[in-house]
Design a protein around this ligand. Structure first.
Ligand code: RAM
Length: 363
C-alpha cells in the first residue's frame, strides 16, 4: 500500500490524473495527442465503427448527468465537477435525477433526456438492467451513454468510467478490516441498494477474498442494505449490532452507509468495540475519525471521476472515440486515458484515509 501522505495521494492519482485538491495546477486543454489503437477489439454499442482520433471536440455539446439520486453528497461532487469540466470544452452540462436510489427511479429521467435530444447521458445506474430499455432507445437516437460510478448492462452504454478497479476495491476493503480486527471475528456488510451494480461487484470480490486461508477466522454473517438512505442505513446498523452481539466489524462500501453507521456507533455502547470501515468522503467522516469511532476508510477523488466522465462523453460525442478497447483520448488536465476491456476506463487506485492525513483533504 502507498504511504498515506498527501503527496503520495497526489502521486497515486497522478499516475492517471492530477488531483484537484489545490495540490496541482488545473489546465483545460482539449486538443491532445489522442491516437486510436490499431485494432479495436470491441465494437461500441451505439457508435460508428471508426474513431477519428484527430476529431476536435465539438463545441456546444449538451451533457446530462443522471446520478443514482440527487441528494447524495458524493454524487453531487462528481456531477458538479463534470458540469465544470464541460465549460472547458465550451459545452453545457446539467444534473437531473430522482431523490431515491430505487431500481426504476431513473427511467422517466432517461426518457425525458432522450426527448430533449441531449448529446450524451451520463448515468450512475441504480440497476444495471432496469435502465437498459430506455438507454437503448436513447442510443437509437444517436445519444451517447456513459455510465460512471455504477455500471449499466454493457450493451446499454458506450463506456463505463470506473472510480477504481472493482477487484482492488473489494479485496482491499476486506484487507483493511482484517488488519483492524486481527483477522478474527464475525463481520457484516452494510451496503447501498440490493441492485446497485458497483456495490454488488465489490461485495462479490469481498466474498471471494474472504475464502483465502488468512481469513479463516473471519465470518461474514450478514449483508444488510441501507438503500443509500441515511435514516435506513442508521437503522440497519442498529439492527445489525442488536442481531449479532458478537460482531467485530462492519464494512460499508457506500459513503451514505458508512457515515450513517459511524453516527450510530459513535453514540452507542458499540463505540470502541466494533470496527467500522468502508468507503467514505473525508468531510463526512472527519468527526468520526476525530472521535475515535473510525480508524481507517478509503475512497478516490470524486471530482476527478466526474471530470473524466465529462471528457469521455465529449470525446464520444465528437467521434474521437467509439468506445472500443485500446482507443485513447485526452481528458483535459487528467491527460491521456485508454479504454480498457468492455468499454471500461479506470480512474485510479483507492486511497486510505486516517487521523494522520484526513485534515489534508476537503471534499
Ligand atoms: C455512495 C454511492 C456511490 C458509491 C459511493 C462509494 O455514495 O452508493 O454509488 O460509489 O457511495
Amino acid at each position: 500500500m502507498m504511504t498515506p501522505t498527501p503527496w503520495r495521494f497526489a502521486t497515486a492519482f497522478l499516475a492517471s490524473s492530477v488531483l484537484a485538491l489545490g495540490l496541482a495546477a488545473c489546465g483545460g486543454t482539449t486538443k491532445g495527442s489522442a491516437q486510436a489503437s490499431a485494432a479495436p477489439a470491441r465494437p461500441a454499442a451505439s457508435s460508428p465503427a471508426k474513431a477519428d482520433p484527430n476529431a476536435p471536440l465539438k463545441q456546444g455539446l449538451k451533457l446530462a448527468f443522471l446520478p443514482k439520486q440527487i441528494n447524495n453528497p458524493y454524487l453531487t461532487l462528481l456531477d458538479n465537477a463534470g458540469i465544470e469540466a464541460a465549460k472547458e470544452f465550451a459545452g453545457t452540462a446539467k444534473e437531473v435525477g430522482p431523490s431515491d436510489a430505487s431500481a426504476s427511479s431513473q427511467i422517466s429521467y432517461i426518457n425525458t433526456l432522450t426527448q430533449q435530444g441531449q448529446d450524451a447521458i451520463l448515468i450512475s445506474a441504480n440497476d444495471a438492467n432496469a435502465v437498459c430499455g430506455p438507454l437503448k432507445q436513447a442510443m437509437g437516437k444517436g445519444i451517447k451513454i456513459v455510465a460512471y460510478d455504477s455500471d449499466a448492462a454493457k450493451d446499454c452504454r458506450d463506456l463505463f468510467i470506473n472510480q477504481a478497479a472493482s477487484e482492488e476495491v473489494g479485496r482491499s476493503q476486506v484487507k483493511l478490516l482484517a488488519d483492524l480486527i486481527g483477522h478474527k471475528g464475525d463481520i457484516a456488510i452494510l451496503s447501498a441498494t440490493a441492485n446497485a451494480t458497483n456495490q454488488n461487484t465489490w461485495i462479490g470480490f469481498m466474498k471471494d477474498e474472504l475464502t483465502k486461508p488468512e481469513y479463516k477466522d473471519m465470518k461474514l454473517v450478514k449483508v444488510a442494505y441501507g438503500d443509500d438512505d441515511d435514516q435506513k442505513s442508521f437503522q440497519q446498523t442498529q439492527g445489525l449490532l442488536q442481531a449479532y452481539p458478537d460482531l467485530k466489524g462492519i464494512i460499508s462500501p457506500t459513503t451514505v452507509g458508512i457515515s450513517a453507521a459511524a453516527r450510530y456507533i459513535s453514540g452507542s455502547k458499540y463505540k470502541g468495540r466494533v470496527v467500522l470501515t468502508g468507503l467514505g468522503t473525508p468531510n463526512q467522516m472527519r468527526q468520526f475519525v476525530k472521535d475515535g469511532t473510525v480508524r481507517k476508510f478509503a475512497l478516490w477523488n470524486p471530482k476527478d471521476l466526474g471530470y473524466l466522465a465529462a471528457y469521455a462523453a465529449a470525446a464520444l460525442s465528437s467521434g474521437r472515440i467509439t468506445g472500443a478497447e485500446g482507443e485513447t483520448f485526452t481528458a483535459g488536465r487528467l491527460g491521456e486515458k485508454t479504454i480498457g476491456e468492455d468499454g471500461e476506463i479506470i480512474l485510479g487506485p483507492p486511497f486510505t484515509f486516517e487521523a494522520s492525513n484526513i485534515d489534508q483533504f476537503d471534499f
